[in-house]
Design a protein around this ligand. Sequence first.
Ligand SMILES: Nc1ncnc2c1ncn2[C@@H]1O[C@H](COP(=O)(O)OP(=O)(O)OP(=O)(O)O)[C@@H](O)[C@H]1O
Ligand SMILES: [Mg+2]
Length: 196
Amino acid sequence: MIISITGVAGTGKTSVARELAKMLNARVIHLSRLTEKVSCGYDKVLRAYVVDTEKLRRVVAGEVKRSCENHVIVEGLLSHHVDSDVIILLRLSPEEIEKRLKKRRYPRVKIKENLEAEILDQIYAECLERARNKKIRIIQINTTGKTVGQIAKRIFNILRCKNYRSAQKVCGVEVLGDYVDWLEKYEKYIIEWEGR
Ligand SMILES: Nc1ncnc2c1ncn2[C@@H]1O[C@H](COP(=O)(O)OP(=O)(O)OP(=O)(O)O)[C@@H](O)[C@H]1O
Ligand SMILES: [Mg+2]
């Protein structure tokens, strides 16, 4: 099984991938280590590589082919663009995202961009788009207030459960896990942002 772990910056993708890999005896592919290789430019303001997603998909497919493990976890902000069987989407409250990214001294523009993406379900929408008409399931986890161990165990249990009848169908895609809605935080985190 190929498992993507995605989410905005600081939601715990790398930490959860490592923990889940121990439970599944899986190999982890960290996309952050490949971005330079698959980039088509560098954004100085956001301090981030601009990635060619087609190239990323090809490079990851090659890495997966070379893996001898039964399960491969691909973790990173763009992991929902690679070819996988299931997408794990990690969600985190805007308060906690802000705290974690400020601790990392991210530029304000980058913190705002990530908060906006989280509050407006941007990655969730991209996951639905990607999974539509394909046999890809989405597992959305609200990680707020949970330890890395608890999050990995929850994902492990959902993956192990072969009965997906509890899944909601959203735009024809099976979505398991938690319902998340941060929209009420829009005013505080986005509209009032400039004054803070
Ligand atoms: N469940 C958690 N509870 C508390 N702290 C956490 C949790 N998960 C991750 N962290 C901490 O938050 C920070 C960000 O975690 P991590 O690097 O795993 O996130 P990430 O999603 O991989 O970030 P990036 O998008 O930058 O790669 C780290 O300092 C990590 O120790
Ligand atoms: Mg990471």
